[in-house]
Design a protein. Structure first.
Length: 414
């Protein structure tokens, strides 16, 4: 490997990290440097931009320790057989980069992943050393997210959780068949075993904190994972069911979806074209329906077509409502929260405001319009004191009426 300066390494390893989507920094404990003893903070408003659920933009130094790897996963640009320029940071270099970027107010934390060099244990040791040095040697109190390696020693993964705010283990692909075909050196059993161990460590850490005030925290922002979409033949239905299983079995904070992107010198078993980015977006919307709107996985899957794919032109919630029109219209002034959450166009905040407002007055269509982005989308599915859709809900062309209109974008618009 040619001798590279820090700037050249950063250019290579920051670019190589762009394929990892799971870098949101929400949900961790609050720490700051007030008192003059430490450095950094997990709070504040904003080189990677992640977004918390409350809308805050958080800047993270997002890099790989190295893009060299002993594995040969077909979908990975850093695989052993890939013809890419290689680089490697030492643990000390990553620590200094993080501190220097933080002191210049460029970042609020670190997202660190890595290819596997030497062995899984050696690579994990180097990543843990970065987090340990930041926390213990420099009293860094900003956000740290470490990508852990499933087949590394469990004690090393535990050490990662003691220093990092969040840890994550990628399941890579939605199906066992897809993983076996595209990443034969990885095992579903190993990945799920590591995720289960991390879940137990998080639970033990929370229990210890309840019993003993000074007990060390373990990954206070929990664990997450990522699935590649479109690299294998898995349908949206397969992905939704798999995500639900991961949430239920391992108490994940987030499942991230990353649309497969063609890479230089691709393997012959990979698709030639990337999936539509809208497919990734629809999967995130379906994920939201399960997590915040009370939809069961089977209900989300039922919104898909016969091929198991969610429609790209409308969101999954609207697709479900159009498929099960017998559930509508619902009376805004009488319906339960669960029923209101299934109305297309009504978000969780709007539903909360409707329930609060209707205690004091009967809601009209104008009242609902003030709480939504598009009353046109909501109108066929609700009843208010001054509105009843009559035959609108049963119209054959209802989809065309409520679907968002396609717009031709102009590259040269003012």
């Amino acid at each position: 490997m040619a001798q590279l300066d820090t700037r050249e390494k950063l250019a290579i390893l920051a670019d190589a990290a762009k394929y990892d989507a799971s870098c949101a920094s929400s949900g961790t404990s609050k720490r700051d440097s007030r008192g003059g003893k430490g450095m950094g903070s997990t709070e504040g408003m904003g080189i990677c931009h992640a977004y918390a659920p409350d809308g805050r933009c958080i800047s993270l130094l997002k890099i790989l320790l190295t893009n060299s790897c002993i594995f040969d996963c077909h979908y990975c640009i850093n695989r052993k057989s890939s013809n890419v320029r290689r680089a490697r940071f030492t643990a000390t270099e990553v620590v200094q980069l993080t501190l220097n970027f933080y002191k210049r107010n460029y970042i609020e934390g670190l997202f660190l992943s890595s290819g596997i060099i030497g062995s899984s244990n050696y690579t994990m040791e180097q990543m843990v050393e970065v987090a340990r040095a930041l926390r213990e040697d420099h009293d860094f109190r900003g956000y740290i997210h470490l990508k852990t390696i499933p087949d590394a020693d469990p004690e090393l993964v535990r050490q990662a959780g003691l220093h990092a705010d969040r840890v994550s283990i990628n399941v890579e692909l939605p199906t066992t068949a897809g993983l076996t075909r595209l990443a034969p050196e990885k095992s579903v059993g190993q990945i799920e075993g590591a995720m289960k161990a991390t879940k137990l460590d998080i639970e033990d850490g929370k229990d210890a904190r309840r019993r003993y005030k000074n007990a060390p925290m373990f990954a206070p922002a929990g664990q997450s994972t990522q699935m590649i979409v479109g690299a294998d033949s898995a349908s949206d239905g397969d992905i939704v069911v798999r995500a639900s299983q991961l949430y239920d079995r391992f108490a994940l904070r987030r499942v991230y979806y990353s649309a497969f992107s063609p890479i230089p010198s691709p393997s012959a078993v990979l698709p030639l074209q990337r999936p539509p980015l809208m497919r990734e977006h629809r999967l995130y919307q379906s994920d939201w329906l399960m997590r915040f709107y009370g939809f069961k996985p089977a209900e989300v899957v039922s919104a898909a077509g016969d091929d198991g794919m969610l429609p790209l032109d409308i969101d999954p919630k609207l697709a479900w409502a159009l498929k099960f029109r017998e559930r509508f219209p619902v009376d805004i002034n009488r319906a339960s929260r669960e029923q209101l959450l299934r109305v297309p166009g009504l978000g969780t905040k709007a539903v909360g405001r409707i329930i609060k407002s209707r205690r004091w007055r009967a809601m009209t269509l104008a009242d609902v319009a003030r709480l939504t982005v598009s009353v046109t989308k909501v109108r066929p599915f609700i009843i208010t004191t001054d509105w009843r859709p009559t035959l609108l809900t049963d119209r054959a062309d209802l989809r065309a009426l409520v679907a968002p209109r396609a717009e031709q974008l102009n590259l040269f618009a003012a």
